[in-house]
Design a protein around this ligand. Structure first.
Ligand SMILES: [Zn+2]
Length: 312
């Protein structure tokens, strides 16, 4: 199986042109060799293992920087493990589709605060985060902004393309620097054609995102800032692979939760006084993970259970 890219020369099927001018790339030999169409694919996802795409330091770089030296993470048994959970599922459900997709996925390293999608603008690429964490933000008419979703290695960015939309109503930016797979939107449309394993996985992921949005509506109406703060920290902690610490300012968290900065400062102070987190110089360290889970509202646990039900 092979996906067509609109930019690929028709007479050189094993070569793929990078959509950006002046670049030509070929499939990485190690990559295709390790994940050929005849392989079983990785046996356990990093999500399932409870480990971490982010054991290494977040990658620094600019959008488009090539990280092909480490296309997949090494599993505990020495076999390569796909760091993005949706692609890991694809490898498990259809090794042939996964192998074909690997030939057109482009590894990129994304710096913090990079904006990859603007509201109403055409979507040229979709992304499958590996170690990067992304925020989806709704920008209101008066300029106020609030986060409506967080995505890391458990998901993808650019779902409107799956639903045949050309644009999305949100801004998407990189909250935590790291790696992702980049895929041309038109290539993605071909890869998720009806009847493919990839289509079925994306359908389940779309349902999860709808459930997550509904859960957040209820959470924002019914639960306290303290509980929502704990929930958000847990969600981000998961998406950075439960790393020792991750960058976060009170201003950013206030934006994410749609509350005033003073409210966030009070909540973070309470969580720190309880010994659950430590906050210093724009970084958060989770000290007592079980305690933080106890401090969160039910929404963190509901969302996690929903993900497991739909996507394993
Ligand atoms: Zn809640």
């Amino acid at each position: 199986m092979q996906y067509a890219t609109s930019a690929a020369p028709a007479d050189t099927p094993e070569r793929y042109r990078d959509p950006r001018p002046g670049r030509l790339e070929t499939p990485d030999a190690r990559l295709t060799g390790r994940h050929g169409a005849d392989t079983d694919g990785p046996r356990r996802s990093l999500w399932e293992m409870g480990t971490v795409p982010a054991t290494r330091a977040p990658l620094e770089g600019t959008p488009g920087h090539d990280t092909r030296d480490h296309p997949v993470e090494d599993g505990q048994d020495g076999r390569p493990v796909e760091a993005n959970h949706l692609l890991w599922l694809l490898a498990r459900e259809s090794g042939a589709e996964y192998a074909a997709l690997l030939r057109v996925l482009e590894p990129v390293a994304l710096p913090r605060d990079a904006v990859l999608h603007e509201p109403g603008a055409p979507i040229p690429y979709v992304y499958f985060p590996r170690t990067s964490v992304w925020s989806l933000v709704k920008v209101m008419a008066d300029g106020r902004r609030v986060e409506v979703g967080t995505t890391g290695f458990e998901g993808m960015v650019g779902l409107p393309v799956f639903h045949d939309a050309e644009t999305m109503p949100f801004q998407c930016f990189v909250q935590v620097a790291g790696a992702a797979w980049q895929l041309r939107a038109d290539t993605f449309r071909g890869a998720v054609a009806q009847g493919t394993a990839f289509h079925r996985i994306m359908q389940r992921y779309a349902q999860y995102l709808f459930d997550q949005a509904a859960q957040s509506v209820a959470c924002n109406r019914l639960h306290s800032v303290d509980e929502r703060c704990a929930r958000w920290l847990l969600m981000t902690h998961d998406r950075v692979g439960r790393a020792e610490r991750f960058p976060l300012t009170h201003e950013f968290l206030a934006l994410m939760l749609g509350v005033r900065r003073a409210g966030v400062t009070v909540s973070m102070g309470a969580l720190q006084a309880a010994g659950l987190i430590r906050y210093s110089r724009g970084n958060i360290a989770v000290i007592d993970r079980a305690g933080l889970e106890g401090a969160s509202c039910e929404c963190y646990h509901s969302e996690r259970a929903d993900y497991r039900r739909l996507l394993g």
